[in-house]
Design a protein around this ligand. Structure first.
Ligand code: CA
Ligand code: ZN
Length: 298
């Protein structure tokens, strides 16, 4: 079955207390329409960040209840298609992002997206590199706003989460309560200025329950690599968790010693920044699929 959910079904947090907008079976597809991270409040260069309603930022579309999903399962999300609009917004400003101390006030600009390119200024355009910033499930307890990443996913701003990728999310509550939003026409690792090229659009995903696949944090698989994703208040903590999660994955599926695992990961694995600007920082540890597939991992 293929369903459609419009961006009018938005939420500003992931929580088990939010009523699902759709109920699907494992294996169903959903085309999910999303607003951009400013809830489409910046449409022209005259719309300023200063007058933005900050209670309406980072909407995600959802939640979607997936039948049969139980705590200690994983939700496998296959990202089949991402379509984006023809207008993107970039933003930064004082105290925002890594260079925020160099700026005064807030800055935003609307960019045209044409023929697969983002027109940045009169001199430069660059190819789109679409990705999903916010994607996740409800946490075990309470509610986590869509601007914050965590074990439940959320605002991971990880550019590997793109068309063709498969994302595994831990399930914490019955039905998983999945949602996504915050599409980027392009974003670099780190998202150093605090935004990507923020854009509205739609994403077609296939949602499947993987029974008894107990993972602590999200894992993403592209055509080449598989990465454990971790978010924490500091980069150091996120580095340790992402690295340990990958080591655990290898430990569960192989007979290698921790020394063998550490030397293998040190030789062929890559620690990568996802984003360094959100309330929690996100990093990932990437291993070549060629190595993991040898042990039938994912
Ligand atoms: Ca984001
Ligand atoms: Zn964004």
């Amino acid at each position: 079955m293929t369903y459609k959910v419009s961006s009018e079904n938005y939420m500003f947090s992931f929580s088990k207390d939010i009523k699902p907008v759709l109920c699907v079976k494992s294996g169903d597809r959903v085309e999910i329409e999303t607003m951009d991270c400013f809830a489409n409040q910046i449409m022209t260069n005259e719309d300023k960040l200063e007058t933005l309603d900050w209670n309406r930022v980072n909407p995600a579309t959802g939640p979607i209840y997936v039948e049969g999903a139980q705590p200690a399962d994983a939700l496998k999300v296959t990202i089949e298609k991402i379509q984006i609009g023809n207008r993107g917004v970039v933003a930064t400003g004082k105290d925002l992002g890594v260079l925020g101390h160099l700026m005064e006030g807030l800055y935003s600009r609307v960019l045209d997206i044409k023929d697969g390119e983002v027109i940045f200024n009169e001199d430069i355009s660059f190819p789109i590199n679409t990705m999903i910033g916010v994607i996740g499930v409800a946490p075990k307890e309470g509610s986590i706003n869509c601007g914050t990443p965590g074990s439940h996913g959320g605002n991971m701003d990880t550019k590997l989460i793109t068309e063709g990728s498969v994302l595994y999310l831990p399930v914490f509550v019955e039905g998983a309560l999945f949602g996504l939003g915050d599409l980027h026409a392009a974003m670099g690792d780190g998202e150093i200025g605090v935004s990507g090229v923020e854009v509205a659009g739609s994403v077609t995903v296939k949602l499947e329950v993987v029974k008894n696949m107990s993972i602590a944090n999200p894992i993403v698989k592209t055509s080449d690599i598989t990465a454990t994703i971790a978010s924490a208040p500091t980069l150091e903590e996120a580095v340790t968790t992402a690295t340990q999660d990958m080591a655990n994955l290898l430990k569960q599926h192989t007979s290698m010693s921790v020394e063998e695992i550490a030397t293998l990961m040190s030789a062929v694995g890559n620690l990568q920044f996802s984003q360094v600007v959100d309330p929690e920082k996100t990093v990932r540890f990437a291993m070549p699929n060629r190595i993991l597939e040898r042990y039938n991992i994912l």
